[in-house]
Structure formats: C-alpha cells, structure tokens
Design a protein around this ligand. Structure first.
Ligand code: F6R
Length: 616
C-alpha cells in the first residue's frame, strides 16, 4: 500500500528512484511522483494514474539531475487519485519534500493548527501536514533528521515517511511506525524503500528498521535513532537471498502467470530443510519450546483474504491431526470481538507480505493477552515475523502480482507442517504417520506441475465465459475454502460477481441464484477415504444441473462418478483428502487469470487494489 523509494549516491538519483518505483508499482498505482535535490534547490513532478503517466511528464518536462531523490507510488486513502493529492508534498517555500505510506490519524487537528499559523495547504491528503511541520521544525533546528524526530513525536497513526530538504542536499531521512521501510546498504550510495525489490538490482545488503525509528541516509553512512534521538542498538544488516531476476517477469506476459508457473518450485522450496534424512519434521525456526506447544489447548489462526483461506484449510488439518480445537478468524474482526485468549492459546498469523495491518494488530492483541504467536510469512524481516514469538518462512520468493498465487500454496504447505509438528510434539501423530504425510507433501510439487501442463482447456473455457456476469463456486470440507479462494480470484481479477459457498448450504438459500447457464465451479473431494463427502457433493451437482447450471467440475483423475454430471471436467492428480487444495486451487488461478485477460483487465494490477494493505 503505497511504494516509497529514496536514494543518495553517485548515480543519477532520479533514474534509480524511477526504476525502484517500477518495481514497487504493485503496492499502489493511483498516482506517482518524485522529488530531486539539484543545483541548491528542489524540483518535483507528480501525476495521477500509473507510473507511465509520470514518466511521460518527465520526458516532456525533464527534471535536473542530482545525487539525491525520493519517489512514491500511491494507493489513495485521504483524497482521490488526483495530481494535487499525489506525493511528494512540499512546504510553502518548496524546500522540503515528503512521501508517505500509512494514515496520520490526527492530521485534521495538525492541519487546523498549521492554517492558523498561516500555512497554505493545497491537497486533501493527511501527508501534506508533515511537509509543513518538517519545514517549521527544520527552520528552528537546521537538521532534517532532528526535524523528523520532532514531527514524528507529534503524529498519531501508522506511517512511513521519507523526506529531503534543499538545505541538506546529500541527505535523505526516513521514519517508520507500523508501516514498512527498509534500508539498502550500498558502496558509496544508500537506498530507502518500502520493499527490498526497489533496490535489489543495486545491493542485496539490507537493514530492517525497527518500530519508531528515524534513519538518516548519506552516501557514506546510515544513522538510525529512535524518535527520542537515542541511537538505535538493534540495527541488523541481512543479506537478501534472491536477486533482481526473481523480481522480473522472465518472459511471461504477467507476473501472475510467472508466479503460477513457479508454484512447483515454491512448494518444494518451502519443504526444503524441514524434513530430515529419516523423513521426520525438523522445524528449528519454531522457537516456541515443545513444553509450551504441549500445553496449547486452542489454536487461533488470523489472516486476511487469500491468507485467510489458507487458514480455513489449516483448521481441518490441525483439528484432524492434533485434536486441538482450532478457529480461523479474519484478522480485521479478531480484536474487536474481545476474543478469549490466554497463555495456552497458540495464535498463527499468516501473511505473505508480513505487513498487513489488520493481521499485525490482531497478533499484537493476542500477545497482550499472553498468547504465543507463530507467524507464517513470505517476507524476511517484515513486521509480522519480527513481532511474533516465532516464524516459519514460506519460500515462495517475491510475489509481485497483486493476486496471491504461489504464496497461497506455500502458506498451505507451512500450515500442514505446523499441524504435523504439533501432532509430532504432542504425540497425536506417530512418527510413521508424520513421515507418510511428509512423503505425500514432497510429491505435491510434481503434481502441481502436472496440473499446469493440462490447463489449456481451462483457459479455453475461461475465454468462452468472458461475457458472463456471475460465476458460483461450491465445495465441501477443505474444498469449501478452495471455492472461496476461486471466487476471490475471479472477483479481484475479472471484476465479476463470484461467490463461494459450502455445498451443503446450497439448499439454505444460494440455490435460488441458479438459473439457466450460470457457470458453477464445483470442487469435488476425493472419492477415496471420505466417500460420504464425495457422494453428497455429487448429489449437489445433480441438484444444480437440474436447475440449468453449467457445471465445471474439478475432480480427482479417475473419478468416473462425476463425469456424467460435468459439463466441463477438470481432472487433478489424486492426493490425500486434506492435501487436495494444493492441486485443486491451481486451475482456479489459471481460470481467473485467463478470464481477466479475456475481459481486457490488468492482471497484475487490478483496479482499486494494492498488494500490501498497510492500513486498517
Ligand atoms: C488476494 C490477496 C489478498 C491477500 C491479503 C493478505 O489475491 O492477495 O487477499 O491475501 O491482502 O495479504 P498478506 O498475505 O500479505 O497479509
């Protein structure tokens, strides 16, 4: 949610910042802007719409070249996506420029105060007040980092701020509270960004900024302090374990297509190093002692969107394999209902970005109540794992497309590992049972590969449905969250009315939506193992077909019982019932991606969305 880049060094700062913004555009694409320090002054440009609009503006009216620049790509919160509301925001003399991600909750009071002192504010944003406050503070202290600390102490809410001042031409200052900001450490140059992807082409050495810290960047050094001015004692540099090519499209038309194709590897990478030679689980990263895990009497999973769907599936595995009651809850609802938590509750927070504000607030609430928090996360060093008791990283690599695909599959793998590990530690699963599931998991990558190789009919079907208004999704057991995920993908990418239902709920209302030719995707559980489930869903397919629905059935290869009722049959390899989501979700991702393309939508950057939702 909003991408921020700052640079100081020997290269053309504007070029570095624009390249960084291109990599961060997934975070927001309502408007973009840059500010450059050059020739003793500050020059800036900003434009509503995608980054391409700003690039055109810069081609028509170039800015001077200089060693220091900042940039921003916006997902609008306060004020619509207009040129005036785009960042950077400047003070009245045009000496300070600031970019911001987050929400400044007390901006109205600050704005009124500034207006009384004669400041003229021209935008509807909460950000602009910061430029004016920084300007005032700098006039009295003459030091941008100190001015930033003074201003941050007055702000309420969540924010990442990055600023430059024309009187300090070789300095970029950043600050963060509850919103991401990473330092890229180069040789004679340094970077600031919302995400390492912005500077990975230049350096793979990064510093995580802590909560309520201010960073001053010069060519030859980085200084980190708290908002109170005390030097930070927890500055830690880490090496980013992927390179620039991982954040490129690599020949695919869209990042989403590339990320769908990367799923077999992402699944395999997430298992890597977590299974020993004997086939047992070794989750060394889970630093919560076994003695504590043995005492856990409730698991609560908190997450949003696609990650929430992974959590819904995890509930089935956790309860089945460990016999511990498990609830999965939308992170945005969690803390407001006063949940019952104590030292024996294990909260699992699932997040690809590690920055989702709703999930972060939920885990903070859980920890305040004494619960232990285990994060499942894809982004090294992000806030959610930093604030959790332990983390299990998914190794999906950078996910750039706004619609989550490979992160989802790896979240599922991580959830299965957590469930098995709990079973192993608590003795509800025998060693050979754990090894059996682990063996099944280790062939999933190859099975996903098989699914991917058979997707042309699904793409063809998607294209044929491009003019439909509604697609419904049904599932039972773990197929129900898969149905929800299929519907979410279609909503966000194809902008169609798409809804997922538990198939058993059909007769309690949703069946009224069925009319002639409405496409209904049905996720059918394996006929092996849970035959009751299978029989029930076959009846559901017959019920909707009798009312005219066009049935698109996702079923295990060799499931002949569904064939007569499937207008379109999508076969997936046989897996254990609980693991089926790992293969059944893939056709739904391909379906949504192709339908969106057929409807002329922007697959990687769907309207109104942003990849990382850092506001509540
Ligand atoms: C949908 C999607 C979102 C995210 C959700 C949580 O395709 O990507 O629903 O899953 O915003 O994001 P993370 O996992 O970063 O917390």
């Amino acid at each position: 949610m909003c991408g921020i880049v700052g640079y100081v060094g020997g290269q053309c700062a504007l070029d570095v910042v624009l390249a960084g913004l291109r990599r961060l555009e997934y975070r927001g694409y309502d408007s973009a802007g840059v500010a450059v320090l050059a020739d003793g002054g500050l020059a800036s440009a900003k434009k509503a719409g995608k980054l391409a609009n700003l690039e055109k503006e810069l081609a028509d009216r170039p800015l001077p070249s200089g060693p220091t620049a900042i940039g921003h790509t916006r997902w609008a919160t306060h004020g619509g996506p207009t040129d005036a509301n785009a960042h950077p925001h400047l003070d009245n003399p045009g000496r300070v420029a600031v970019v911001h991600n987050g929400i400044i909750e007390n901006f109205a009071a600050l704005r009124a105060e500034l207006a009384e002192r004669g400041h003229a504010l021209g935008s509807e944003t909460d950000t602009e007040v910061v430029a004016h406050l920084l300007s005032e503070a700098f006039s009295s202290c003459g030091d941008l980092a100190e001015a930033m600390r003074q201003v941050c102490r007055r702000l309420q809410g969540a924010f990442t701020l990055v600023a430059v001042h024309a009187d300090e031409p070789d300095v970029v200052v950043g600050a963060r509270r509850n919103s991401p900001l990473v330092v890229g450490v180069g040789d004679g140059e340094n970077f600031l960004a919302s995400d390492v992807a912005a500077f990975i082409a230049h350096t793979r050495e990064a510093i995580e900024l802590g909560q309520d810290q201010v960073v001053e960047l010069r060519r030859d050094g980085v200084t980190v302090t708290g908002f109170d001015g005390a030097p930070a004692d927890d500055v830690r540099t880490y090496h980013v374990d992927w390179d620039a090519s991982a954040a490129e499209k690599g020949g695919y038309d869209y990042f989403m297509l590339k990320e769908i194709a990367e799923q077999p590897k992402a699944v395999a990478d997430t298992l890597l190093g977590r299974i020993d030679a004997a086939g047992s689980l070794t989750l060394d990263e889970v630093r919560i002692p076994d003695s504590v895990l043995r005492e856990v009497d409730k698991v609560v999973i908190v997450a949003c969107g696609t990650a929430y769907h992974a959590g819904l599936i995890a509930k089935y595995a956790i309860e089945h394999w460990t016999r511990i009651p498990c609830e999965t809850e939308l992170a945005s609802e969690f803390r407001y209902r006063d949940p019952i938590l104590d030292q024996r509750t294990l909260v699992v927070a699932i997040s690809q970005s590690g920055e989702t504000m709703d999930t972060l607030m939920a885990l903070r609430h859980a920890r305040e109540q004494g619960a232990k928090v285990l994060a499942i996360c894809n982004t090294n060093g992000s806030t959610i794992p930093r604030e959790s008791d332990a983390v299990l990283y998914t190794h999906a690599g950078p996910e750039v497309a706004v619609a989550s695909t490979k992160a989802f599959l790896t979240q599922l793998v991580a959830c299965y590992l957590v469930a098995l590990y709990l079973g192993q530690v608590r003795g509800t699963k025998w060693g050979d049972e754990v090894r059996g599931v682990v063996r099944e998991l280790s062939v999933i990558g190859a099975q996903v590969e098989e699914v991917l190789a058979t997707m042309e009919p699904v793409r063809e079907l998607a294209r044929s449905l491009a003019d439909k208004n509604t697609v419904l999704f049904l599932g039972r057991h773990v197929g129900y969250p898969v149905a929800l995920e299929g519907a979410l993908k279609l909503k966000e990418l194809a902008y169609m009315h798409a809804e997922g239902f538990a198939a058993g709920e059909l007769k309690h209302g949703p069946i009224a939506l069925i009319e002639k030719d409405v496409p209904v995707v049905v996720v059918v559980p394996s006929p092996r193992g849970r035959s009751v489930l299978h029989d029930k869903i076959v009846s559901n397919i017959q019920e909707i077909r009798a009312r005219g629905a066009r049935t698109i059935v996702i079923a295990e290869r060799g499931d002949e019982a569904v064939r007569p009722y499937a207008d379109h049959l999508v076969e997936v390899p046989a897996t254990p019932v609980l693991l089926q989501p790992l293969v059944a979700t893939v056709p739904l991702q391909v379906f949504a991606c192709e339908l969106a393309t057929a409807r002329g939508n922007e697959v990687d950057q769907p309207r109104n969305l942003a990849k990382s939702v850092t506001v509540e």
